[in-house]
Design a protein around this ligand. Structure first.
Ligand SMILES: C[S@@+](CC[C@H](N)C(=O)[O-])C[C@H]1O[C@@H](n2cnc3c(N)ncnc32)[C@H](O)[C@@H]1O
Length: 432
């Protein structure tokens, strides 16, 4: 396909997403199934265009003076693909599938628009209703923080220390030139893609298949390290899902822990078995029934709650979620978070057991407010000092996180702008 066909396809997919309120991945998959002639290069170019528009659709529309999907894909070509309007016009010449090019006036407006004069929600590229919520959550710099959630994300890998160190994994993936991550001592990073490019299919690589690396955002790696798991401990990963944190915890215990992985939705656990096998993590018991956890009541040294949340820290990867989110959806997640924290508290060993609360959201209602509410319901728990925890478990890493002082301790918030990671919240509590 030429550029014109790719632009037309991106517009079609964006219209489908808007009309049917469907997740972007589903809309792209359907488009691919009904256009089998499109090659893999076409699909990634179309996908990139769609994602780039969804990441910044309000600021693009404001700068263009036109928020049609046609105007937005052209804005993405200039802003995210770094193509010049002249080059775009030349590439589309005689292309019968090409959508109508923006006129001279539209391009001039786009180039000269001063985004600093736009309403805050436009500058931040978020729905209006989120303004108060994000300001309360992210403070004075909230616009820049929210805008950074609209950047293209890197691809991060965690080195599985049960089988390799960073040098060995890096050598195995040398052709992709991964760089060590800045904060996580276990991470390798491939930078964000450019233009129509795409990240390599790491899952097809020997280094992945033989368990040397897992795909995991650096923020998720840091959260797992901050749990502070040690060999010999009894650990419960209560919201294990597909096992991202479980695998990291298993590596942290050096294969010498007693690690239990549970999820309320048994189907979500399905990928964990293969992943554990590949990683050679042998000290993990996977449970699909709450009754199985009864022997762990008040026995676990550490309980991890990687809570169900809105994912408002992962908008770089799932920008459609930003536009679908509603205040009612936040309320629903909050109720789930309170319930799962209450359940988790039962398993923590009195006299020094720890409860780690993690979300991939930046919203204070899902983060600090949940910790405060939990502490009110459970006076036998206390919040620890998150800064001290960081220095203990990440001694080499600069403290490039937001500290969130709360009654008695400090929680941590990682963001793309401050930490270069997805948005993650982390709080560790101790049971007295
Ligand atoms: C953020 S995801 C977990 C991601 C996973 N830990 C990882 O690192 O790949 C949250 C998970 O919590 C599970 N969940 C929701 N409510 C729960 C509850 N009350 N008890 C246990 N798990 C729950 C959901 O099914 C979902 O899989």
């Amino acid at each position: 396909m030429r550029l014109g066909g790719r632009l037309a396809a991106a517009i079609e997919v964006l219209e489908d997403i808007a009309k049917r309120h469907r997740p972007v991945a589903d809309a792209l998959k359907d488009w691919g199934l009904s256009h089998r002639f499109a090659g893999s290069g076409d699909r990634s170019a179309i996908g990139n265009l769609v994602y780039d528009v969804l990441r910044r659709k309000r600021s693009f529309g404001w700068r263009m003076g036109n928020d049609s999907n046609r105007a937005l894909v052209f804005a993405a070509l200039v802003e995210s693909w770094r193509l010049a309007p002249d080059g775009i016009a030349a590439a589309l010449e005689d292309d019968r599938f090409a959508p109508k090019l923006p006129g001279e006036a539209e391009w001039t407006r786009f180039a000269q628009a001063d985004l600093g004069k736009a309403p805050p929600a436009v500058q931040a590229d978020v729905p209006d209703w989120l303004v108060g919520e994000l300001e309360a959550s992210l403070g004075a710099d909230w616009i820049a923080e929210a805008a950074a959630l609209g950047d293209r994300p890197p691809l991060d890998l965690r080195v599985n220390t049960l089988l390799a160190d960073r040098a060995k994994a890096s050598a195995a993936l040398a052709e992709f030139a991964p760089a060590p991550t800045r904060l996580s001592p276990l991470g390798l990073r491939l930078p964000p893609i450019e233009g129509a490019g795409r990240h390599p299919n790491i899952q097809a690589e020997a280094a992945f298949q033989t368990g040397l690396v897992e795909v995991q955002d650096e923020g998720s790696q840091l959260a797992a390290l901050l749990v502070g798991a040690r060999p010999g401990e009894t650990l419960l990963d209560l919201c294990a899902g597909a096992g991202g944190k479980t695998l990291a915890l298993a590596a942290a215990t050096g294969g010498e822990g007693h690690l239990h992985a549970f999820d309320a939705d048994r189907r979500r656990l399905a990928p964990i078995y293969d992943r554990l096998r590949r990683a050679e993590a042998r000290d993990v018991a996977v449970h699909g029934r709450m009754e199985d956890l009864a022997p762990l009541e008040a026995k676990a040294d550490r309980v991890v709650v990687d809570a169900p949340c809105t994912g408002a820290g992962t908008w770089r990867r799932r920008p459609d979620a930003k536009w679908r989110l509603s205040s009612q959806a936040v309320e629903k997640r909050i109720a789930e978070q309170d319930a799962v924290l209450d359940t988790a508290s039962r398993f923590v060993r009195p006299g020094g057991g720890r409860l780690a609360f993690i979300t991939c959201s930046v919203l204070a209602r899902e983060n600090t407010a949940r910790v405060e509410a939990f502490l009110r319901r459970h006076p036998d728990f206390a919040l620890e000092d998150g800064g001290a925890n960081w220095r203990e478990h990440l001694p080499e890493a600069p403290e490039d996180v937001h500290l969130r002082p709360l009654e008695g301790g400090t929680a941590l918030l990682l963001t793309p702008r401050r930490s270069g990671t997805d948005g993650f919240f982390f709080a560790r509590l101790v049971r007295r």
